[in-house]
Write a protein that binds this ligand. Structure first.
Ligand code: FAD
Length: 316
């Protein structure tokens, strides 16, 4: 089922969904499943699964430095299949530009199609670890909008090379949106224009970067609607859990944390107290977002359920 259909069927009732991250190589799929199982009682119609490109290991081989591509968290597709099988939910893999040629992307999308996956979140992907900027793969895409165009074409039955052909796929396509601007964009308006382009090219829904101040989301939605962007805008949420995140989250995700939240966290003596503050803050955010009729509350869980469960219990 398409995410847009779930939203239509809900008729204004706010739904619950989660994003999980594949475990590092060697970890057990069972522990991933049992970590997220406590959240299934809140009936997420879908679970998003992140995709992680390779990192490069530098080794001296025969006197020369070789860069060996190593993936720490493979398994996105396998985990999607397991989730669908085990929980009967829709799994939504993230599909990225980085590390893929267009042909590899085409094959990857066919794998997803054959698995019965109906939705994909298309992204550019983060730069390779240690690199300041994103470098596109030779023969790959430089921006999410280009990848999106490829998926749209496949949905029309048009493949990369005329010599090959296929029946159309039917993916519902999500893209990322940044209420507080993408970190590389020179200003909000430039970034926003590229978001609008993604929607004009065929994106069916937007998932936002996490935010801790709902006003950022409300303003973002207002700007989208004023610009003629009518697709659902799904707010991304993360309950703050450690004091360290006060500096880590702004650095990694380029967002502002509200002063009141920072003060409350700073006055905590233990991580348990911080978690409680994070949960309460997120519950307040969720209640306001539900009153605003946000289509879905989408939680970045990092494959852990404790805080998200407390929040879901309080609001659903
Ligand atoms: P784009 O939309 O391509 O934008 C990237 C930058 O380029 C922006 O600054 C934009 O303004 C600019 N831009 C866009 N088009 C053009 C153009 N034509 N010309 C010039 N500039 C342009 N990363 C992962 O690696 N794996 C994941 O699973 C993952 N999941 C994510 C899920 C969500 C909900 C979000 C919000 C992010 C996720 N990310 C993930 C991170 C994401 O890949 C990075 O934020 C990345 O830096 C940008 O991706 P994008 O799809 O927004 O890129």
């Amino acid at each position: 089922t398409k995410i847009t259909q779930y939203i239509e069927q809900a008729k204004g009732k706010t739904l619950f969904s989660i994003e999980i991250i594949p475990p590092v190589k060697g970890e057990n799929i069972q522990s991933l499943m049992s970590n997220i199982e406590p959240l299934m009682e809140f009936k997420p119609p879908f679970i998003e699964v992140t995709y992680h490109r390779e990192e490069f290991l530098e080794k001296i081989v025969n006197g020369k430095i070789e860069r060996i591509p190593i993936r720490k968290r493979p398994g996105t597709v396998g985990i999607c299949a397991s989730l669908m099988n085990r929980f009967k939910v829709d799994a939504v893999p993230h599909v990225i530009c980085g590390g893929f040629t267009k042909e590899e992307t085409e094959d990857f999308l066919f794998d997803l199609h054959y698995l019965g996956i109906d939705n994909v979140l298309v992204l550019r992907g983060d730069p390779v670890k240690g690199n300041a900027a994103f470098t596109p793969e030779k023969g790959g895409h430089a921006y999410a909008s280009e990848l999106l165009e490829q998926v749209v074409k496949m949905n029309q039955g048009v493949l990369l090379h005329e010599e090959t052909q296929s029946a159309p796929t039917n993916f519902c396509i999500g893209v990322a949106g940044y209420p507080e601007k993408h970190f590389e964009a020179p200003n909000f308006s430039t970034d926003f224009a590229y978001l609008k382009k993604k929607v004009e090219l065929g994106a069916d829904y937007i998932v936002t970067q996490m935010f801790f101040d709902n006003q950022k989301y409300f303003d973002f939605v207002a700007k989208c609607r004023a610009a003629g962007i009518t697709v659902p805008i799904i707010p991304g949420l993360k309950p703050l859990a450690t004091k360290k995140q006060l500096t880590v989250l702004p650095r990694i995700f380029h967002l502002d944390l509200p002063e009141d939240l920072v003060k409350a966290v700073e006055s905590c003596k233990t991580d348990k107290e911080v978690k409680q503050v994070g949960v309460e803050w997120c519950i307040a955010q969720c209640k306001e977002l539900m009153a605003f009729e946000a289509p879905i509350l989408h939680f970045y869980t990092m494959s852990k359920s404790e805080s998200t469960k407390k929040i879901a219990e309080a609001i659903f």
